[in-house]
Design a protein around this ligand. Structure first.
Ligand code: PRP
Ligand code: URA
Ligand code: MG
Length: 236
């Protein structure tokens, strides 16, 4: 029911009259993870505040990206690593296989920076998608994904999961690169976009900081935070 994308016909607002699932419905989805950490809730309130200026907003996106990265990497595989401490040898662990992060431009850039503060040696694969604000359809305008893939997992990172169109496209593009495991990492999801992403890609894990109420008729998440790209980069 929620698998179709909105289609602006010019005569009405793009989400007008389109049924949306409730928060309760999407909370039942099996691979959806919504943060319950109090530090996240604190930072989210600062982020959403319309009086938070771009430099502080960008800093918060990075901090939230680091917290999300920590939560979303809890199931990564490890391999044994024998080292010498100053006192003796011991068997420790290191992450098995490489990790990739795909920031969906522009708004995903701050999240990717936060991710890199947790795991500095990730590969960063940039992907540019732009949502048409009248039809809500995303188009690809930049793609620097390498052809050689030797990673255990790639995280597509983008703060806003609204209709889900951009996230579905990003995962489709990454799947065509043959990556064995993919996850999506975002800040705020609308139930509509979360349901569509989970239905289109039931094989990925989806991590978000918070789940909001709905999309408004224009396709913006409410209560939301406005335009995550503009608020990071000061382009109002
Ligand atoms: O779920 P959707 O309905 O597809 O909407 C979400 C997309 O919209 C925003 O990007 P935008 O197109 O505004 O680009 P920007 O990052 O350059 O601001 C956001 O960062 C997502 O990529
Ligand atoms: O609420 C929204 C929806 C799409 N993109 C944003 O930046 N914010
Ligand atoms: Mg934007």
């Amino acid at each position: 029911m929620f698998g179709t994308s909105p289609q602006g016909d010019g005569s009405k607002l793009p989400m007008q009259g389109i049924p949306q699932p409730s928060r309760e419905e999407v909370l039942k989805l099996p691979r959806v993870h919504i943060s319950t950490h109090p530090v996240m809730a604190h930072k989210m309130t600062l982020l959403r505040n319309k009086n938070t200026p771009p430099p502080q907003f960008y800093q918060l996106v990075k901090e939230i990206g680091a917290l999300l990265a920590y939560e979303a990497t809890e199931t990564l595989s490890l391999e044994k690593s024998i080292i010498e401490t100053p006192l003796q040898s011991m068997t420790g662990y290191r992450l098995a296989g490489g990790i990739g992060v795909t920031p969906v431009l522009r708004a995903g850039l701050g999240l990717a920076e936060g991710f890199r503060q947790v795991i500095p040696d990730v590969q960063v694969w940039h992907l540019g998608l732009r949502r048409d604000e009248e039809t809500l359809q995303a188009t690809e305008y930049y793609n620097r994904l390498p052809h050689q893939v030797d990673l255990q997992v790639v995280y597509a990172v983008d703060p806003m999961l609204a209709t889900g169109g951009s996230a579905i496209d990003a995962i489709n593009i990454l799947k065509r690169r043959g990556i064995p495991r993919l996850s999506y990492l975002g800040i705020i999801a609308a139930p509509y976009g979360l349901m569509r992403l989970a239905q289109a890609h039931p094989d990925i894990d989806i991590y978000v900081a918070e789940l909001d109420e709905a999309l408004n008729d224009n396709g913006y998440i409410v209560p939301g935070l406005g335009d995550a790209g503009d608020r990071q980069f000061g382009t109002f």
